[in-house]
Structures are given as C-alpha cells and as structure tokens.
Write a protein that binds this ligand. Structure first.
Ligand code: HPA
Length: 253
C-alpha cells in the first residue's frame, strides 16, 4: 500500500487521542483551520512531516485535551480531513482491556465493533437534505490499512494484537463492573469512548480508516487498584509502541 509522501498534500492522517495530543518528532509545516458545514473540528489540522513523510495530524480531544468524548464534533473532524485531501486515517485511541491478551501497554488493531453510544451526531446523511444512504459496515475498518499496520508492526518486531471487538461507550464516565460483564457476554474485547461515530463517518466519507487501540488499563472490575493509576503506568509504554508503529508505517525517506 502506498502511503502518500508528498508533504504539500499528504493523504495519510493520524487522529491522536488521549496521550497523543501531539506527535513527537513531527515537523510542523502548516496549521490549517477548516470550517465545515458541521462546525469547527476539534483543532486545526497540523500538516507536516514525520520521518520525512507527509502527514496530517488531528488532536481528537482538541489541543490541550479539553473536549470530552461525547462532545467531540466527529462530523467536522472527518469532513475537515476529507477536505484537506486525506484518504487514509489511522485513529489512535486509548482503551480499556477486557480480553485476557488486551493487557495494559499493548496495542491492538480491532476488526469489529459494537456501538453503545447514544445521542451523538452519527451520520452525514441525517435527513436534512443529503439523501438516504445506507453504507456497508459489516467490516467497519479498512482491512487494507489494518493489514498494513499488522504487517509493518510484525516487521518492526512490535508486539500487537491483530484483531478484536471494540465496544464504544458513551462516557465520559468509565463503565460499571456489570456493564463490563455485559460487554464480555456480547463478545467485546476492548472498550473505548471515541470509536463511534468516528469509524462510521469515515466510511461514509470514503476514507480508509483503521484503529490502533492502545490498552491503558483493565476495564472496570477486571483488576485490583484504581483505573487512573493503571492509565498513568501504561500510557507511556503504549504510546511508545504507537510511535514505533508510525515509524514503520512511514519509513524514513
Ligand atoms: N473504558 C472506556 N474508555 C476507556 C477506558 C475504559 O476502561 N480506558 C481508556 N478509555
């Protein structure tokens, strides 16, 4: 797969979540503020170079991490990326681990999701003049980009979980133990708050979109101790892996 390398109009974007408000070693060339029919994105698009390759970066929670998951303008974010000429998006998202191999510190590339969110503006086709559109979503992520991530991670000797079911919860609160037990019964492997409607909107916009989930804690009730302490301990390890993944995805020129 070719990840476009022309810095003037990069086709590859990273949406950074908790722990990744900015990208180390990213050479910023331009900050582009884009107004969309849906309002303003979370932040200006940062257009620049990483490892000598063109890259667009968007901070999902805004610069300084001030927008909670349920209040993110997902439509504006995806629309702005599309407007800027982006074609492929790697969405980095901190999650809680449910399945045994989803332990804090690991990265995972989910292949399925279940949506537990509610009340979010979840479609560009909301009946206000844009017509009726039923996107196919049986495989919610770009299999091409997901497999490319898996391939380069293996090549770089980077431990990564190659599949899993992402459960998107409403937040901003964490889940109850009973909610996590229900999600286990549903077949959910990792839980986060931002996967939907971002993933569906990316499909509606025709983007190749994959998720790099960074497990930062055990989901509620699955480990002793406070979740926030676990997050503090494992965030740096997980984000280090994301950085190495990006270096492998966008090899130096
Ligand atoms: N639940 C939901 N979202 C999360 C979690 C969690 O345990 N950890 C990081 N994001």
């Amino acid at each position: 797969m070719s990840l476009m390398s022309d810095s003037s109009q990069p086709e590859f974007a990273v949406i950074g979540g908790t722990g990744l408000n900015q990208l180390a070693e990213f050479e910023l060339l331009e900050e582009r503020r884009i107004e969309t029919p849906y309002g303003a994105p979370s932040a200006a698009l940062k257009i620049g170079r990483f490892n000598g390759r063109g890259l667009v970066f968007l901070a999902r929670h805004g610069d300084g991490h001030h927008i909670p998951p349920h209040a993110i303008n997902y439509r504006a974010n995806i629309h702005a990326l599309r407007e800027a000429g982006v074609r492929q998006v790697l969405a980095v998202a901190a999650v809680g681990g449910i399945r045994r191999d989803m332990r804090p510190g690991v990265i995972a590339f989910p292949d399925q999701l279940i949506d537990y969110t509610w009340g979010r503006a979840h479609s560009f086709h909301d009946g206000s003049g844009s017509g009726v559109e039923h996107i196919e979503f049986g495989q919610p992520y770009s299999e091409m980009l997901r497999h490319e991530c898996i391939r380069v991670a293996a090549q770089a000797g980077l431990e990564a979980v190659e599949e899993g079911v992402y459960g998107a919860t409403q937040g901003p609160r964490l889940e109850t133990e009973a909610e996590i037990r229900r999600m286990q019964r549903d077949g959910v492997d990792l839980v986060g708050m931002t996967g939907m409607p971002e993933t569906a909107l990316a499909r509606e916009a025709g983007l190749e979109y994959a998720c790099c989930a960074v497990v930062v804690n055990w989901a509620a009730g699955l480990a002793d101790g406070g979740i926030h302490d676990q997050i503090e301990e494992s965030l740096a390890e997980g984000m280090g892996r994301v950085h190495r993944l990006l270096q492998a995805l966008l090899p130096a020129q």
